[in-house]
Design a protein around this ligand. Structure first.
Ligand code: SF4
Length: 400
């Protein structure tokens, strides 16, 4: 049996401690709610983009002090990475293996769009070393998919799942969205039931976010919302939708382990657990954000424009749009906010001590949260209840 990633002492989750994120920015069309670094392309410059990724990887290996890191998760996200030629994906995975020690049992995920999925392509990814697929289903309902501007329909998503299984993937995740304008609670429940009927190992369900403050860039649907042309369901309805999803998934053996993520035992996302538990990740590709700790904790983000990214890499530069050194206080705030997203919560006192913060100064707030039924003490951990998850951001802010 392949060795597993170590269990993180703060969360109880098996988390990678160092991972590699590779971004593929091209899509068949641009969805009106999407603020990812993605671009609609009729002609995808597959070879050119692959060369750029290999160059950036090489350059980062030369200039960033990453010696001795063992890669325990690789995530190829997008965009629509299932538009990437499997041979190109294979070349990128080979380059990662050549540059780093890759742990046995390393989780290797590729995001796939149902509209760009077939068993042969999936077999190619499997042969290249991908061992986990994440399908961006979002919904099986025609009206919801149309509203979201998605190019696929429900039967196409069902076929994509079948294609993943036919290609030999025994670890398949699917993403869903609820809280879409015009969507009913019955439709959300129907999506959740259809998802569990397929027997996926992992499911994610996110509320649609069009709040300008939490988006990386302005999106057409947010402008329509601001003009009053669309209206999202009220908050109470969105909370009920979330609970419907949680109950249907739990009834099928997929436990909630993070605010928006559910898994069968042993199938949580090790790469995402890395983000929630303060692990390091090298990131390459358009718009990718990396976090590496050496003498300093550094976060960098690459150019979001695919063309700008390509030109800078081709000129021999690191294609960064920003780079910041994080202070202990910023690291503390991230650990608390991210840790509280997990059902197992965060070891608040230990994290306070690690980052030079006072646990005592927060004790009163913790008592209030527990008294109000928003949080629980579990051993040394502070974990939010379901009611607490509904106001996660406000609670995290109070603890900072
Ligand atoms: S397919 Fe995904 S990444 Fe591409 S535009 Fe739509 S939401 Fe964004």
């Amino acid at each position: 049996m392949a060795p597993r990633a170590p269990v993180d002492a703060h969360t109880g989750l098996e988390a990678a401690r160092f991972g590699v994120y590779v971004h593929f920015p091209y899509c068949l069309s641009k969805c009106p709610y999407c603020d990812f670094a993605s671009t609609a392309a009729r002609q995808i410059p597959d070879e050119r983009y692959t060369r750029a990724i290999l160059s950036e990887l090489q350059r980062r290996l030369e200039v960033q002090q990453l010696g001795g890191r063992e890669v325990s998760s690789i995530f190829i996200g997008g965009g629509t990475p299932s538009l990437w030629d499997p041979r190109s994906v294979g070349a990128v995975l080979e380059a990662i293996s050549a540059g780093f020690t890759v742990a046995g049992g390393c989780e290797v995920t590729l995001e796939a769009n149902p509209g760009a999925s077939d068993a042969e392509r999936f077999r190619g990814y499997r042969a290249a070393g991908v061992n986990r697929l994440s399908l961006g289903v979002q919904s099986f309902e025609a009206s919801t998919l149309t509203t979201l501007g998605r190019a696929h329909d429900g039967p196409t998503a069902q076929r994509a799942f079948a294609a993943a299984r036919a290609a030999g993937f025994d670890n398949v995740s699917m993403d869903f969205i609820y809280g879409v304008h015009g969507q009913t609670e019955a439709q959300v429940e129907s999506d959740a039931r259809a998802a569990v009927a397929l027997g996926s190992e992992h499911l994610s369900a996110y509320a649609l976010t069009l709040d300008q403050a939490s988006l990386a860039q302005e999106v057409p649907l947010a402008r329509q919302l601001a003009r009053g042309e669309v209206a999202l369901p009220p908050d109470e309805t969105v909370v009920r939708m979330q609970r419907l999803v949680r109950d249907v998934f739990a009834g099928a053996g997929l436990a909630r382990y993070e605010i928006s993520n559910y898994a069968r035992p042993g199938f949580h996302s090790r790469h995402n657990a890395l983000y929630w538990t303060g692990g390091e990740y090298l990131a390459v590709g358009t718009g990718a954000t990396g976090f590496v700790q050496g003498a300093q904790a550094v976060r960098y983000s690459n150019q979001r424009s695919a063309e700008k990214y390509l030109l800078e890499v081709e000129a021999g530069q690191l294609p960064e749009a920003s780079r910041e050194v994080l202070t202990p206080n910023e690291l503390f705030e991230e650990r608390v906010a991210m840790g509280l997203r997990l059902v197992n919560g965060v070891e608040l006192e230990a994290v306070c001590e690690a980052f030079g913060q006072s646990a005592e100064a927060r004790a009163q707030t913790v008592r209030h949260l527990v008294h109000a039924g928003l949080a629980e003490r579990r051993g040394g951990r502070l974990a939010l209840t379901d009611a607490g998850f509904d106001v996660h951001s406000a609670i995290a802010a109070r603890l900072m």
